[in-house]
Design a protein around this ligand. Structure first.
Ligand code: DI6
Ligand code: FE
Length: 405
């Protein structure tokens, strides 16, 4: 008689495994025990007696690590459909931002909303990511732009992670835009971020990292660097929105500070690529914003690939530049718009997405790894990027628990 165990051993047979970096060449058997992947082995070599005490979960299909969406702004108040229409009539994202719309319109709505209201508004967006296979998600603040409102956003993000079956990583993005009360005094606002916002978020343990928007419509390289020094003083990892609409050299500065990632990077130059490579920073590719803003300058994918810079792919889910809450659509757009291969796109939303969050133990399917897994109704992993089709998620495991299927 098999000994009763506290955790049943869960078994999948004959699955095609994408392990976070590549597709394994043979059909595999996977066993999960507790919160870990206990076994990953080619079917042909395993002794079937091993399966006797297992609960069979499925046969066949494609198995991947749970998806990692390493860049979202999914906590926010209000919506921006009018801005979408204004852009269709010819207004640019920058013009709208300069006349106080854009990010600042979301700031007004977010400041006016209670923690409960923000949580209720964000929940279905996060659920959409979960239903598309996400098990780890990063959520940024950046629509509060005061100490109290930025902390409020981070608390909402933490609370979402406590109430839904997904790992939430939070990022303080106080340096996202200049709030109206600091008009003409952007250095004063940077002081507030460095002297009050970062210390308060660190004291309450609300931020896992600190991000900046380095851009002509946001903050200069020097201002972003001040924010980074304050974050470093509190031991917080760094990320940067850089080279999205122009090239200011924000990515190279971020790399010099050992940032986890530089994100967007449409206008990244060769010097920036070298800096990322030397620092081991991840290049986060955000095709949703490129698509939504109808941009024409694509990130330098071939040069990044050539330099061996790891590339992550994320939704950038937000009300303005990427109101797209479907991670697998981003796999498709990364291929069609930027010519990533399906393998690169999928690695970008698993292994390298996790690396962009400093969580290298996730986003991988290997023995000993955490049991965050997706089983898909597919014949090959490339189909995940090739077709855009909701409903292909067959099973989803979060921390070893079946949460879908
Ligand atoms: N770049 C983006 O694409 C998002 N933030 C940023 O710095 C857009 C945020 C928004 O438009 O609300
Ligand atoms: Fe963003």
């Amino acid at each position: 008689m098999p000994q009763p165990t506290t955790h049943p051993r869960l078994l999948w047979r004959d699955v095609t495994v994408f392990d976070g970096l590549e597709t394994l060449p043979e059909p595999m058997a996977v066993i999960v025990e507790g919160q870990q992947i206990a076994m990953l082995a080619p079917m042909h070599g395993v002794d079937a007696a091993m399966f006797d005490d297992c609960r069979e979960m499925a046969r066949g299909g494609v198995m991947t690590p749970g998806l990692v969406d390493c860049h979202t702004h999914l906590v926010f108040g209000g919506g921006r459909a009018e801005e979408f229409e204004a852009r269709l009539e010819g207004a640019s994202y920058e013009e709208i931002a300069r006349r106080g719309g854009g990010i600042l319109s979301t700031v007004s709505a977010t400041r006016a909303a209670s923690e409960e209201a923000l949580c209720e508004a964000a929940r279905p967006r996060l659920q959409a990511l979960i239903d598309d296979g996400v098990t780890t998600v990063e959520i940024k603040s950046g629509y509060g732009l005061s100490v109290a409102d930025e902390l409020k956003m981070l608390r909402v993000a933490r609370r979402l992670g406590e109430t839904l079956p997904v790992r939430v990583v939070t990022t303080l993005l106080g340096a996202h835009a200049l709030p109206p009360e600091y008009q003409g005094n952007s250095d004063g606002y940077i002081d507030l971020i460095c002297e009050e916002m970062i210390p308060a978020a660190a004291a309450e343990g609300l931020a896992d990292a600190v991000d900046v928007f380095c851009e002509t419509i946001a903050f200069s390289v020097a201002q972003c660097e001040r924010v980074f020094r304050a974050a470093e003083a509190h031991g917080l990892p760094l990320k940067a929105h850089a080279e999205q609409l122009s090239n200011l050299g924000g990515s190279a500065m971020a790399a010099r500070h050992g940032a986890l990632s530089a994100d967007h990077i449409e206008y990244l130059d060769q010097a920036g690529i070298e800096a990322l490579r030397e620092a081991g920073s991840v290049a986060v590719i955000l095709p949703g914003a490129f698509h939504t803003l109808r941009e024409t300058q694509a990130p330098p994918i071939a040069a990044l690939r050539e330099a061996g810079v790891p590339m992550a792919v994320a939704t950038d889910a937000n009300p303005g530049s990427s109101p797209l809450f479907m991670p697998t659509l981003m796999l498709n757009l990364a291929c069609t718009l930027f010519r990533l291969t399906p393998r690169e796109a999928l690695a970008g939303m698993t292994a390298y997405g996790a690396q962009a969050l400093g969580l290298g133990q996730y986003g991988r399917l290997r023995e000993g790894a955490p049991a965050d897994l997706c089983l898909w109704h597919l014949d090959s992993p490339a189909e995940l990027a090739y077709a855009v089709q909701p409903g292909r998620l067959q099973q989803r495991l979060f921390k070893g628990e079946l949460t879908h299927g």
